[in-house]
Design a binder for this molecule. Structure first.
Ligand code: FAD
Ligand code: NAP
Length: 545
């Protein structure tokens, strides 16, 4: 049966259907894409693996999960009414509140009827003959579409390291991004956490409160700043609601898409030691990531960066009572800010608890998981619960988990074998009418992602509207434009300190993954201007036919 669906018609499950647009993913990106494309009069089907909207904020329901950008800023800006009616309860919303928000948005804009949940896209194939994509799902659906929008997220493909013996573990083990919705009772239990990235740093203080004993298996220490989360200040909320336009305009043109701009346009090295300490101390007291924006050269000058890094190291020594533990927690071999900065609530303080032990798995690596626990090269740790806060196959992982085949049978996996190649992070040559929201080569994970998501979705929706208005059937970047963008992304990264850390930005966390700096480090505002210029020049760098 071939079924053509028109805009507004309910999304009944069919085995073959045709749409103007298929969107993969119903996180913040997929939800807004649906809204925009529906407004443009397209028939749209969203396919989502989860049973509900929210993406990241559905999957990551581990204890302590919370946003690292103020919620007033980490939220949709496209609807003034939505901004006015929604009230955040906390300055940095916890996962449950963000999920509630996502659900509210879906209800308010009537999104559910065009989303097919609990369905995973397994392949997408372009036919030049039909000028359409065929999308296949794990439920056996076959859907054809003119436009394919990958809103699969940058951090949705989980990474569980291949530890020998994991299958034999007699206790329960969980990746933080697949945390059981009913929770995990760790009361009085021996709990092991592997990983001290943003996730581990959020989960560890909360797990420590209930665990009988918590073992933290740390390979690389991270820099973490206090979020100083608090209940929403009514005065602050009133100010934002009265001035949302200005706040959003600021974020859109700022380097990070957020509302913390550069605090001083001077070098960290241009002030006295005492003055610099006073400035960092004040940023630490206020909380959030603004310590990194205290001066204009922390991200680019190693010596300036070292002043901020050393300030945080001193804080660790001040907070953590045991000097050996403090030393182990101290990052020394990469600059601060070259991995996404962690924000915490009581992370370093947690190591002062009697029921918490930090285990160095850099010097004594994890050798195996046994039925009773975890063995390092030095010791066996009996455990009841094992938590993997081991991150994601970031940016390319969710796209390459599917079989994506473009023109002339070109597989995305093959095209990207040596690393992702895109134009503006939004399209890749050889894959006509296939768009990526916050793809590799866009600011994405270096930003407040709600700002980046809206900008990308607007770019994509505008491009589709332009195609339809001009009668063009397809859009695709030229190879030349793509090559020069890839080169530019690299050049910009080389001007920063990012490549000095073994981070997931570079794919360094996944064995065998090409080591390429994936996001665009030129800043959200600059990137927006580039996109606007591309459009003003008639989609410069794209071929429209
Ligand atoms: P996601 O929210 O990841 O949604 C993608 C959706 O696509 C998922 O629901 C997934 O199930 C679905 N999907 C993927 N592949 C398929 C497939 N083949 N078939 C069907 N469905 C599929 N960013 C910030 O700016 N600030 C933060 O504080 C912040 N905190 C974060 C905390 C955590 C724990 C994590 C993991 C990420 C965080 N991020 C943060 C990044 C976050 O991912 C983005 O802010 C944003 O939520 C991404 O939205 P998205 O819709 O692009 O992707
Ligand atoms: P991550 O930053 O990649 O951290 C993974 C941790 O697991 C690292 O400490 C890593 O050690 C460790 N690890 C991985 N494999 C290991 C192995 N085989 N043996 C021992 N240790 C291993 O992942 P994440 O913490 O989930 O964060 C990912 C991103 O999601 C963040 O950078 C951020 O963008 C986002 N996030 C944001 C928040 C927030 O604050 N709102 C919360 C969670 C996540 P190495 O460093 O040595 O590789």
């Amino acid at each position: 049966m071939l079924k053509t669906q028109s805009a507004g018609e309910p999304a009944a499950a069919t085995s073959v259907a045709q749409y103007d647009a298929v969107v993969v993913g119903a996180g913040f990106a997929g939800m807004y894409t649906l809204h925009r494309l529906r407004q443009a009069g397209l028939s749209v089907r969203v396919i989502e693996a989860a049973p509900q909207v929210g993406g990241t904020w559905f999957w990551n329901c581990y204890p302590g999960a919370r946003v690292d950008v103020e919620s007033l800023s980490y939220s949709y800006s496209f609807s003034p009414e939505l901004q006015q009616e929604w009230s955040w309860k906390q300055a940095y919303a916890p996962q449950a509140e963000l999920l509630e928000y996502a659900d509210h948005v879906a209800q308010r804009f009537d999104l559910h009827r065009d989303i097919q949940f609990e369905t995973r896209v397994v392949s997408t194939t372009y036919s030049a003959e039909l000028d359409r994509w065929t999308v296949r799902t794990d439920r056996g659906d076959r859907i054809t579409t003119t436009y394919l929008i990958m809103a699969v997220g940058c951090l949705s493909a989980t990474n569980v390291p291949d530890f020998p013996g994991l299958g034999s573990f007699a206790g329960s083990w969980h990746h933080t991004s697949r945390w059981p919705r009913e929770g995990v009772d760790v009361t009085g239990k021996r709990v092991g956490v592997v990983g001290t990235g943003s996730t581990g740093i959020q989960a560890i203080p909360v797990l420590a409160e209930d665990a009988g004993h918590l073992y933290v298996f740390q390979r690389t220490p991270n820099y973490s700043l206090p979020s100083k989360n608090s209940p929403m200040d009514p005065e602050r909320e009133r100010d934002w609601k009265a001035n949302y336009d200005e706040h959003r305009a600021f974020a859109r043109m700022s380097p990070t898409g957020s509302n913390i701009g550069l605090l001083r346009d001077i070098s960290a090295l241009s002030v006295s030691d005492a003055e610099r300490s006073r400035i960092y101390e004040e940023a630490w007291r206020i909380g959030g990531s603004q310590l990194l924006r205290s001066f204009n050269d922390i991200a680019v000058d190693p010596e300036a960066n070292e002043t901020a890094a050393e300030f945080v190291r001193a804080k660790i020594r001040q907070i953590v009572r045991d000097p050996d533990t403090a030393e182990l927690l101290t990052p020394r071999d990469y600059p601060i800010g070259t991995k996404r900065i962690c924000l915490d609530t009581g992370y370093y303080e947690t190591y002062n608890r009697d029921n918490v032990t930090l285990v160095d798995v850099r010097s004594d690596p994890i050798e195996e998981i046994t039925p009773q626990g975890l063995r390092t090269s030095a010791e066996h740790y009996p455990l009841d619960v094992l938590v993997f806060a081991t991150g994601f196959d970031a940016m390319t992982g969710p796209l390459l988990e599917m079989e994506v085949t473009g023109r002339d049978g070109l597989a995305l996996r093959d095209k990207w074998a040596a690393g992702p190649r895109t134009y503006l992070g939004v399209m890749t040559a050889g894959f006509p009418n296939m768009f990526m929201v916050t793809g590799p080569g866009s600011p994405s994970v270096l930003s407040n992602m709600t700002t980046s998501i809206e900008q990308h979705v607007d770019f994509i929706a505008d491009a589709i509207e332009h195609l339809r208005a001009s009668g063009a059937a397809r859009i695709e970047p030229t190879v030349e434009a793509e090559d020069s963008w890839v080169e530019h992304v690299n050049e910009v990264a080389d001007r920063t300190l990012y490549k000095r850390a073994n981070s997931w930005y570079l794919g360094a966390n996944i064995p065998g993954k090409p080591r390429i700096f994936m996001p665009y480090a030129g800043g959200v505002g600059t990137y927006r201007q580039v996109c606007e210029t591309v459009v003003a020049k008639g989609y410069d760098g794209f071929a429209l036919q």
